[in-house]
Design a protein around this ligand. Structure first.
Ligand code: ADP
Ligand code: ZN
Length: 610
């Protein structure tokens, strides 16, 4: 299968077509492949679903020897290797899940040169035993996947990744490629530094994920909002729901199940076996929802996750982008949905203030949270805002809540002054709930106990409802005009920024969700079928899926390892007449045609002839 001139673009295209069944490289893939195949080092920054794997898998087949892929995602190695094996690529993995005999067998394959790709966990690569073996075989290349794991302040730091600098020292002649979907410049610099990639060519792709629709709703009754969202938009589809705490994960999964949805919990507090079982079911079954803490995700390579929902605020824009990026890797329409409210801001600020980290760390965390709040509160296109955060410019996208349902902004200066006065007059000792009662002139025991019914601010906000005032307080906190004092049980206090507002020297603009948007925020009009399904024969598609499910069961593999949804959809659209036309379908490489070609053709013919 090796083509003669290994570093030419033609040779790369040949492998892409024959082995992987794709007609063309995507974006910078082609350039990266030839650069690496020609012996150069590369750092690749590409969003999730961008197509990073091919960047090292194709050069692995072009170069002599075994390509070594370092990945922290042990749970995934098996599926990745299975998918490659389906393509006729000789791949294996080494990790802690194997017994001695299995390890020995893989090692023999490595030593006698019968492996194209070897996936290894970082801690395994760092062992003298494996390094010595690699000395003898001279690897084709090193691919360091999820390279941001080397960043010490990052969200996925893995100490074993620091040892990977040994690769450069020990195998200076072997080309290396580091890949990540984390885009911020600080992480990039740290990867270059810690992995000694100073001479590597850096390939930065656009981080836009146009098929993902971003929606951030005002949190009201989060669970019910979530349920409505799933029922309206994604019935029977696979999705991930993120919550902050283990307890909330358990409760939410239970509640969704009680509502008749297929939902499983996943968090670090569960025993390892159950966790692994839930993850495996999510990978393999269709239409399952996993409710999880952020511990779930690194190991998710499922291409057809149709939604990612956040019931709690992530810690940063990077975290949000990485988590939402797990939706729609296959390029078909997907949703990133989040419910967000004042309590989230309060909670996140408390985490930061009470964290063990240094002052510098806390300041950085605070700045990251502020950036995320900016995204939540913006009335502009969410995508433009997100991409700007990663240093990219864009046009309003037409595929986010703010583009589809532009929120009104309103002059909230007077409302802000009322809210700030309420805080000030009550002695900066109360939380939003009580302050709203004061503003709305509520007649309660607690109000009378503190004599707050006698204050000038009592009842000055009667004309608006609770929801309105919660929005005002939330935005005042998000804007930094008010801060939450966690030493004093979440009391709201004025910051320096409140002064010009109270004096009427500064205008405050806020976003308003109309009542209609509040209720219907998720009931948007969208084409009856996802875009990629246009022209697809539905009956044939179901038959293909049933056939695939059978194959998957017979081989104990996830369905997408047999063929991707996108390949099935193309088959059901194009309805190829013969094997030659079949070869023109994306995802149908030589080996898959040999293996499944006849069965697929028979199925399509049966369908056509009725
Ligand atoms: P990443 O690792 O960057 O998240 P993957 O390597 O898993 O992305 O690729 C995402 C999806 O895109 C996969 O389904 C893959 O088959 C598909 N893909 C990647 N490159 C191409 C290409 N050149 N042509 C067609 N499909 C591609
Ligand atoms: Zn937009």
């Amino acid at each position: 299968m090796r083509a003669p001139d290994t570093s030419s673009h033609d040779a790369a295209l040949h492998v892409l077509k024959e082995v992987f069944g794709h007609a063309a490289f995507r974006g910078a893939q082609g350039e990266i492949v030839t650069h690496l195949a020609g012996g150069g080092d590369a750092l690749v920054l590409m969003p999730t679903g961008g197509g990073k794997s091919l960047c090292y898998q194709v050069p692995a087949l072009l170069r002599q020897g075994t390509a070594v892929v370092v990945s922290p995602l042990i749970a995934l190695m098996q599926d990745q290797v299975a998918a490659l094996t389906q393509l006729g690529v000789r791949a294996a993995f080494l990790n802690s899940t194997q017994d001695l005999e299995q390890v020995r067998q893989v090692e023999r394959g490595l030593l006698d040169g019968s492996l194209d790709l070897l996936y290894v966990a970082p801690e395994r690569l760092n062992t003298p035993r494996l390094l010595d073996m690699l000395d003898h075989v001279r690897p084709a290349l090193f691919a360091i996947d999820e390279a941001h794991c080397v960043a010490q302040w990052g969200h996925d730091f893995r100490p074993e990744y620091l040892q990977l600098s040994v690769l450069h020292e020990r195998f200076p002649q072997v080309p290396r490629i580091a890949l990540t979907a984390t885009a911020d410049p600080a992480t990039r610099a740290e990867i270059i530094d810690r992995l000694s990639l100073h001479d590597a060519r850096v390939f930065v792709s656009s981080f836009d994920r146009p098929n993902i629709r971003y929606t951030i709703v005002d949190k009201d009754d989060a669970r019910k909002q979530l349920l409505r969202f799933i029922r309206n938009e994604h019935p029977d589809e696979a999705g991930i729901v993120y919550c902050l705490s283990r307890k909330k994960v358990d409760e939410t999964a239970e509640w969704l199940s009680a509502q008749g949805l297929k939902a499983l919990p996943y968090h670090a507090g569960m025993d390892a076996a159950t966790r692994a079982a839930h993850q495996a079911r999510f990978q393999r079954e269709e239409g399952l929802i996993v409710v999880a803490t952020i511990a779930f995700g690194m190991g998710i390579d499922k291409p057809d996750v149709r939604f990612v929902a956040h019931l709690d605020l992530p810690r940063s824009v990077e975290g949000y982008y990485q988590e939402t990026g797990r939706a729609g890797r296959d390029g078909a329409p997907a949703d990133a949905w989040m419910a967000y409210g004042l309590a989230d801001v309060v909670q996140q600020r408390r985490f930061i203030e009470q964290s063990e980290g240094s002052e510098a760390f806390r300041r950085l965390s605070g700045a990251k949270l502020d950036a995320l709040l900016g995204l939540c509160e913006t009335a502009q296109c969410r995508r433009v805002h997100l991409l700007a955060y990663f240093g990219e410019q864009g046009e309003p996208c037409g595929n986010c809540d703010n583009c589809l349902n532009p929120p009104e902004t309103w002059d909230a200066t007077i409302a802000s002054q009322k809210a700030l006065s309420a805080i000030y007059r009550t002695g900066q000792r109360f939380g939003a709930g009580h302050l709203i009662d004061v503003l709305r002139g509520k007649d309660s025991e607690r109000i009378r106990q503190f004599g707050h019914d006698a204050l000038s601010v009592f009842g000055i906000g009667k004309a608006e409802d609770d929801h309105h005032w919660r929005g005002v307080f939330r935005q005042l906190v998000a804007l930094g005009i008010v801060r939450v004092d966690h030493e004093a049980w979440g009391a709201l206090r004025l910051t320096e920024a409140a002064r010009p507002v109270l004096r009427g020297e500064q205008l405050v603009m806020m976003r308003r969700l109309s009542a209609r948007q509040r209720d219907a925020s998720t009931r948007r009009t969208r084409p009856a079928a996802p875009l990629s399904m246009a022209g697809v024969n539905g009956g044939l598609m179901s038959e293909l899926k049933a056939w695939r499910l059978n194959e998957a069961r017979a081989q104990s593999l996830p369905a997408y390892v047999i063929l991707h949804d996108s390949t099935l959809a193309e088959l059901a659209r194009e309805m190829p007449h013969d094997l030659e036309q079949l070869a023109g379908i994306s995802g149908m490489g030589t080996r898959k045609i040999e293996r499944y070609g006849d069965a697929l053709m028979a199925l399509i013919r049966r369908h056509v002839t009725g």
